[in-house]
Ligand binder design. Structure first.
Ligand code: ZN
Length: 240
């Protein structure tokens, strides 16, 4: 029976039959993997600790007729502190749900995997980091990784170079900032600081965010990303 060994993060699970659970795991090499964790809800099951949300570790699965079944897992982290803070738990659930919506089975996903791992790490262990702002930065970088980096230097409609001295309108459907000529009622005003923050975040990658006011961008970036995914993500309704 062929077996797969892969690092992974549990993105979600669904209880199945009386004692089982179907896990959706993000693997850097295999993308989204659905794996049956058989008997994990029985008392004393060795698979129980690995069959929880956000578990990060090395998963060993065996495969039979298109079905993968978990045989063991060496856990690296469970991001336990998330369980103690409902708001951070909601943010982390949103990060996972975004990855589950974006990644296909068999699709190489190393960049997204690394981004999610950082996001979970900061939400769990960086006590000074602002959870909403860290989630906002994740949204922006997530958009970049899945191929939808917002246009920030030229108009998303007519490609004219933008003068950003006084901020600019952001057009969600068009995919970025736009010039005054192309602005419409459906655009959102962004300040110079917002735009600087976005450029800087794209340049420097995910960092624990320290409440600089960028949380106001959350709603725009959420709409922007969810429109690209063509899926509204339920848990985001609980934020900010
Ligand atoms: Zn324009």
């Amino acid at each position: 029976m062929p077996s797969i060994t892969t690092p992974g993060i549990v993105l979600r699970y669904a209880n199945y039959r009386d004692h089982d659970r179907m896990l959706t795991i993000l693997s850097p090499r295999y993308g989204k993997l659905d794996v049956l964790s058989r008997g994990c809800r029985r008392p004393k099951s060795a698979l129980m600790p690995a069959s929880e949300l956000f578990v990060y570790g090395e998963f060993v699965c065996y495969q039979q007729n298109d079905h993968a079944t978990l045989s063991s897992c060496t856990i690296s982290d469970t991001f336990y502190p998330l369980r103690l803070d409902p708001y951070r738990l909601t943010c982390a659930s949103y990060l996972s749900a975004l990855c589950a919506a974006a990644v296909q089975p068999g699709e190489e996903s190393a960049e997204l995997y690394a981004l999610l791992l950082k996001g979970l790490y900061y939400l769990s262990y960086e006590k000074d980091a602002d959870a909403l702002e860290t989630t906002t930065a994740f949204l922006l970088l997530f958009a970049d990784v899945i191929g939808y980096r917002p246009r920030l230097s030229r108009c998303a409609h007519c490609r004219t170079p933008l003068d950003l001295a006084n901020g600019a309108p952001f057009d969600i459907a068009a995919g970025g900032l736009c010039c005054p000529m192309c602005a419409s009622r459906s655009t959102f005003r962004m300040s110079v600081e917002d735009i600087k923050w976005m450029s800087e975040t794209i340049r420097s990658g995910l960092k624990p965010q320290k409440n600089t006011g960028a949380g106001t961008l959350f709603d725009v970036l959420r709409r922007y990303v969810e429109m690209r995914l063509e899926t509204p993500i339920k848990v985001s309704k609980l934020l900010p």
